[in-house]
Design a protein around this ligand. Structure first.
Ligand code: GAR
Length: 214
């Protein structure tokens, strides 16, 4: 069996491949990388839904280009993080999502969401975790003067940017770099490792006999 094949346990009732729900707040370049990996057969999955929280986020246009349903759930409309997460869960379940993919989702997630999708939420972070957690990871690595940074795909846990690491890529920082140049270099690696990490994680779950809903 190759890495992209899936066992019946992972198959949703009405689909032949695992269904991904992508959460994004920004440009959506990682969403695009995942969608392209699906298109060219590197990842056997379907993006069932994109949820975005910023009305002007460019991810919406990318979703349109790939003909993927996208729903705006504006966090400003909810009284608490838990209430926001409950609405997200409602939409993810309505779209029969098996695996949640956080691709530049800039909201702190609560136990409510984690319990609804135990070990089924992946995140990407622009540093070599556990170094440089938080929203300014690239700038912090840059300012600190580290010579090697990178990006990390990990399982989501309650503590921000923690959780089991699934895949990492190292990225050098050169003396002449600007923050923008470094960010682009990191994103090149993100776009490579995120689809791979998703495929490998689906394979790992299959090997353990874990179904999509367990
Ligand atoms: C990515 O670089 C991702 O690592 C980062 O947001 C960017 C989203 O880019 N995530 C975090 O910083 C989470 N702590 P994209 O919208 O172009 O995919």
């Amino acid at each position: 069996m190759n890495s992209l094949e899936i066992l019946p346990e992972l198959i949703s009732a009405d689909q032949s491949v695992p269904r991904l729900g992508v959460l994004a707040s920004g440009s959506g370049s990682n969403l695009e990388a995942i969608a392209r990996a699906i298109e060219n057969g590197q990842l056997s999955a379907k993006i069932a839904l994109i949820i975005y929280n910023e009305p002007e986020a460019a991810v919406r246009q990318r979703a349109e280009r790939f003909d993927i349903p996208a729903i705006l759930i504006n966090h400003r409309d909810y009284k608490s993080r838990q209430a926001l997460d409950r609405e997200i869960i409602k939409q993810l379940k309505a779209h029969k999502v098996d695996l949640v993919i956080m691709a530049g989702w800039m909201r702190i997630v609560t136990q409510v969401l984690i319990e609804a999708f135990p070990e089924r939420i992946l995140n990407i972070h622009p540093s070599l975790l556990p170094s440089f957690k938080g929203i300014h990871a690239i700038a912090q690595a840059f300012d600190y003067g580290v010579k090697i940074t990178g990006c990390t795909v990990h399982l989501l846990s309650l503590e921000v940017d923690s959780g089991k690491i699934l895949k990492q890529a190292a990225v050098p920082i050169f003396p002449e770099d600007t923050l923008e140049v470094l960010q682009k270099r990191i994103q090149v690696q993100e776009h490579l490792i995120y689809p791979q990490a998703i495929a490998e994680y689906l394979k790992e779950r299959s090997a353990k006999g874990l179904g999509a809903q367990t």
